[in-house]
Design a protein around this ligand. Structure first.
Ligand SMILES: [Zn+2]
Ligand SMILES: [Zn+2]
Length: 946
């Protein structure tokens, strides 16, 4: 037996001697027979044992050598057990168990590594040995997987057998390896559970995570059938005490309310204990209970999270006692962040005093995500702040200044970093309503950014069980796992390699397919955020896109020939395309086609905001109808309570008039919120969304209750103050809202021809139980999706019945047709809720006399037509000028036309403009050549030429 001393020195010298040589080889199998032996310590931990088992199994699968063995020995004997001098020994050990065998340079590098995940893979040509040394047992496991992946070519693209790639090589060998690795992002977690990983099995998902060096979060139920030790064997994130939103439920449980109401929040003068109530944070007993609980739990769990109840926007969740108010007040102003973070920062300090090694984390979440205004509040550098950017957008980079959502949340993150140096980013990709969407390119950029900011943890909450996000977005999670470990990697190269291997013979069309899918996603309009619109629905509204994608799949299918795995992989892509893109695009096209305009009218006189819609202008204004129940999954239906709206404007203001009928009310109208910018949406309320024509915001939003209390926001940010004036009246059968919104708050003036978008929705809280709540909105659009909002064109629309809602029996056509309209080869298509269209066949036309008001000066005639179809749309005005005294009959003398328009499958609003002579008037024509068109509306505005 060699001495310990030699074993330490020899490899070091050997490496020095052999470093000039480029020919060291380590055969692992020869002609399908074993030429390797896996050694691991007899006292190995679970992850080390798992590493040995996995290594053996994969070596056998790659080489076909069923005789590759693994043996355990006490560490000191590691080096004696080789029957064959040429056999390559693979030695798996931790720094602790292998300390006598590990070369000094390896040892010192690992010793200095900060996290437990670090490992060193190093070959020793003298001893014919491959060392896989982990700083801790989990490092051995990660080092082993990295060895299999990086040096032997195994890949785990996604969970389950179809996600795995194992190259075959009976003469497997490696060259020299000298590879120290530690993660760029120290903790990398994807949180999921059995329902959110369908169609895969949770166990397969957790194994996949371990193989890709990502941690499964134990906060989500471990499988009860398996021991906790087995669970750790796969390298899961250690159990964390406290739990999401459960800290106070555990430490100051509800049953204490009976004897100690003072532990619970004071709301409107009464101590209450309700679902999601917080606790009285100023009460010293509450503080003591929490501290005791944390110290009791900590011996069993290395981590402890102090987590408030999930009371998001719930009124009265936080204590209003004078001491709590005082705790949350700085510079005369109360703020929940001051209260919450003063409490958690102080508790964290107390826990750390008793247990300096404890990992404490706190949440920076919803109502207490704002930066505390009190500058004295800050966290110890050992405390992890879990920053939750709900409403961040996953289309745009986190640091993209052009994305309203991200610009704000990124700045907030940087501000937090100053008072809480150790941070986690808690992402919500899976909740952004974006299945089958290539968001990996956003994450790839952001992971580099996170690294730049020394982010301590990256967490993705993939617990959404409504959509199969993990499976449909598998390239995202693959890139996430690789790049969270090594942020210097290139997402394009990673995926190019992945698609090349994964699709094999069909790789070429599949790479084109994925590239085109990315192009469509990236050019779709809008953002992707928590609970946001289904942005991917726009991808296939691009003409020809669906066919092109399906052609790629067909070609891939052909190339896959009879390979059943490839066939399944391609079929899975096809299924996702159908479910998430084709079906959603069809729904969207239907909604877009049915879109009506908002009949906004200019005021003649002054509007007094008094909660009464009694001015002449209000009476004459056209009623806006089309409120539908807006359930995301069910078909839109007629709401129980009717809502009537009218919209007026002058050059400085929008005026919104609402009559919210309460004829079916079961209880009084709910009106509890009294504070401006409070959570008005928990009351009976009306929401107004306005999209400005300059695109300066996705939308502005007002939520108004029947007492006239309102919340206003720009791009969901309530710091925006609109200066709106709101008055309401509550009558027996309705409540009335009258509001004036100055557009100066959006830095705009209302001008002719501008296209704004407006949306209205309503929440009823007081219907007959059990279904006491009803949401309704214009056209049943429940997600505030700006692209679906109705258009409001500024200017007096002189086109009468331009939306075809008024139908008469047309004698020439011998059919029902829109009043004042005629044509040839035209058919009326009647839609629900007066949303009618006219179909024009090839060579046919649709026409109407306009009736331009007589004007002594030239006019600018601007119009829009909303149409879809194929072929070419020609638009012209056949006109004549008849100044006073000219009594010649009307006759089409002038023909003004615009450039032909190429129609698309998508409903598009096309503008057209003509300059008119004094007293010119005539008829508008829409003609279709080489195709068929559907027209859903025409609007015309005239103004004096400037
Ligand atoms: Zn209190
Ligand atoms: Zn965005």
């Amino acid at each position: 037996m060699r001495t310990k001393l030699k074993s330490l020195l020899l490899p070091v010298i050997a490496f020095g001697m052999f470093s000039w040589s480029n020919a060291a080889e380590f055969p692992l199998a020869v002609k399908g027979k074993s030429n390797s032996l896996i050694h691991f310590d007899a006292n190995a931990n679970r992850p080390e044992i798992r590493a040995a088992v996995e290594l053996q199994s994969y070596l056998r699968k790659i080489t076909g050598a069923g005789d590759i063995q693994r043996v355990t020995n006490p560490t000191v004997f590691f080096r004696m057990k080789k029957d064959n001098a040429d056999c390559t020994e693979i030695l798996l050990a931790t720094l602790e168990n292998g300390n006598t065998l590990v070369p000094r340079d390896v040892y010192s590098k690992l010793e200095k590594a900060s996290g437990n995940d670090a490992f060193y893979i190093k070959t020793d040509p003298v001893e014919k040995r491959i060392l896989i040394i982990g700083k801790k047992p989990i490092g051995v496991l990660y080092g082993t997987y990295t060895f299999l992946e990086k040096y032997l070519g195994v890949r785990w693209f996604h969970p389950g057998p179809d996600g795995e790639y194992i190259p075959k090589n009976p003469n497997l060998k490696t060259g020299d390896i000298d590879d120290f690795q530690q993660p760029d992002i120290p903790v990398r977690t994807i949180s999921c559970w059995e329902m959110s990983v369908k169609p895969w099995k949770l166990d397969d998902v957790r194994i996949w995570m371990a193989r890709n060096k990502v941690q499964y979060s134990v906060n989500m139920t471990p499988n009860p059938q398996e021991s906790l030790l087995d669970f750790y064997a796969w390298g899961n994130k250690p159990l964390s005490g406290g739990g999401g939103h459960m800290t106070f439920e555990n430490a100051v449980p509800k049953y204490l309310f009976k004897d100690h109401p003072e532990y619970f929040p004071l709301v409107d003068g009464k101590r209450v204990c309700e679902d999601r109530s917080q606790r009285c944070l100023a009460n010293p007993e509450v503080r003591k209970l929490l501290l005791d609980y944390a110290l009791k739990v900590l011996p069993y769990t290395p981590e402890y999270m102090v987590s408030f109840n999930d009371s998001t926007y719930r009124r009265g969740a936080w204590c209003q006692c004078p001491e709590c108010i005082k705790m949350g007040t700085y510079d005369g102003k109360f703020q929940i962040s001051n209260l919450a973070h003063r409490f958690t920062s102080e508790i964290a300090n107390e826990i750390l005093k008793a247990r300096p090694e404890a990992h404490i984390s706190v949440e920076i979440y919803s109502e207490f995500r704002d930066l505390p205004t009190d500058p004295s509040i800050h966290y110890d550098k050992r405390v992890l702040g879990r920053y939750c950017p709900h409403q961040r957008c996953y289309v745009h980079h986190f640091d993209d200044p052009k994305c309203d959502y991200n610009a704000k949340l990124y700045k907030l993150f940087l501000d937090w970093k100053k008072i809480c140096p150790k941070m986690e980013l808690f992402d919500f990709y899976a909740y952004s309503n974006s299945p089958y969407s290539p968001m990996e390119y956003t994450l790839a950029h952001d992971l580099k950014l996170y690294k730049k900011h020394n982010l301590d943890q990256w967490f993705d909450d993939c617990t959404n069980h409504e959509l199969p996000i993990l499976s449909s977005n598998w390239p995202f999670y693959y890139v996430a796992s690789k790049m969270a470990w090594d942020t210097s990697l290139d997402a394009d190269k990673l995926l190019d390699e992945a698609y090349g291997i994964y699709y094999g013979a069909a790789a070429e069309p599949m790479k084109k397919y994925q590239a085109y899918r990315r192009e469509l996603w990236e050019s779709a309009p809008g953002h992707a955020l928590y609970g946001g619109p289904k942005r991917m629905a726009y991808c296939l509204t691009v003409p020809g896109a669906e066919k092109r994608l399906k052609d790629f799949l067909d070609e891939a299918d052909k190339l896959a020939a009879n390979d059943p795995v490839l066939k399944r992989r391609i079929a899975a892509e096809r299924g996702r395309l159908e479910t998430f893109w084709v079906k959603e695009a069809q729904e969207l096209k239907k909604v877009m086609a049915g879109q009506n305009n908002i009949p906004a009218q200019e005021t003649g006189g002054k509007i007094v905001i008094d909660g009464k819609l009694d001015e002449e202008d209000w009476r004459k204004a056209e009623l806006i109808t089309g409120f539908l129940t807006s359930s995301e999954n069910n078909k839109p239906g007629t709401p129980v309570e009717e809502t009537r709206a009218k919209i007026l404007y002058d050059k400085d203001n929008w005026y919104i008039g609402i009559e919210a009928m309460t004829e079916h009310a079961w209880a009084p109208v709910k009106t509890q919120v009294k504070k401006h910018d409070g959570s008005v949406w928990t009351d009976d309320c009306i929401e107004v969304f306005i999209v400005p024509p300059d695109g300066s915001a996705d939308y502005y939003q007002w939520v108004v209750n029947s007492a006239g209390v309102f919340y206003d926001a720009k791009a969901r940010s309530p710091e925006f103050e609109s200066g709106a004036e709101v008055k309401t009246t509550v009558l027996k059968d309705r409540y009335v809202i009258e509001m004036r919104i100055p557009v100066s708050s959006m830095n705009l003036k209302l001008e002719n021809g501008q296209e704004w978008r407006i949306h209205l929705s309503r929440t009823c809280q007081n219907l007959q139980p059990p279904k006491s709540v009803e949401e309704s909105s214009l056209d049943g659009i429940s997600n505030p999706n700006p692209a679906l909002f109705r258009r409001a064109i500024i200017g007096k629309n002189i086109m009468r019945n331009g939306n075809f809602s008024e139908i008469v029996e047309n004698k020439n056509l011998k059919a029902r047709f829109p009043n004042r309209w005629g044509g040839t080869k035209v058919t009326l298509i009647e839609g629900e809720h007066n949303r009618n269209q006219v179909e024009i066949q090839s060579g046919g036309y649709l026409a109407s006399y306009v009736g331009v008001p007589p004007s002594a000066s030239p006019l600018l005639f601007s119009g829009t037509v909303t149409a879809s179809g194929n072929g070419t749309l020609n638009i012209w005005l056949d006109s004549y000028a008849r100044p006073p005294g000219d009594t010649r009959p009307a006759k089409n003398e002038i023909k003004r036309r615009i450039d032909p328009i190429k129609l698309t499958q998508e409903m598009v609003t096309y503008p057209f403009r003509f300059k008119l002579k004094p007293y010119e008037d005539g008829s508008l024509f829409f003609q279709v050549v080489d195709g068929t068109a559907r027209v859903s509306g025409v609007g015309v505005v005239v103004e004096a030429e400037k």
